[in-house]
Unconditional design. Structure first.
Length: 91
């Protein structure tokens, strides 16, 4: 995520991305707001890392691209957790 957002921006973007991802992956009933924020922030890092490994330049890509990347990364994170835990996890 861009450094210009600051910590409050990271929390807001992370919370929204984590919440949307939990709706998409149908884990929203199991997650609270703090877990949504964590999933969204970790998902943003995961999505950004994967895009950079694929050669996509994410620097200066804009807020909407950052938000979409965070949602996609959070969905991947939730999918991975569900696959590893066999859906018995609280994530």
């Amino acid at each position: 995520m861009p450094g210009t957002l600051g910590i409050i921006g990271w929390i807001i973007i992370g919370g929204l991305a984590g919440w949307i991802a939990s709706k998409i992956m149908k884990t929203d009933a199991q997650q609270g707001i703090l877990l949504n924020i964590v999933v969204g922030i970790v998902g943003a890092f995961l999505g950004g890392l994967l895009l950079s490994l694929l050669g996509v330049d994410t620097d200066g890509a804009g807020l909407i691209f950052t938000f979409i990347t965070a949602i996609a990364g959070a969905c991947l994170l939730l999918f991975g957790v569900k696959a590893l835990t066999g859906n018995r996890s609280r994530v």
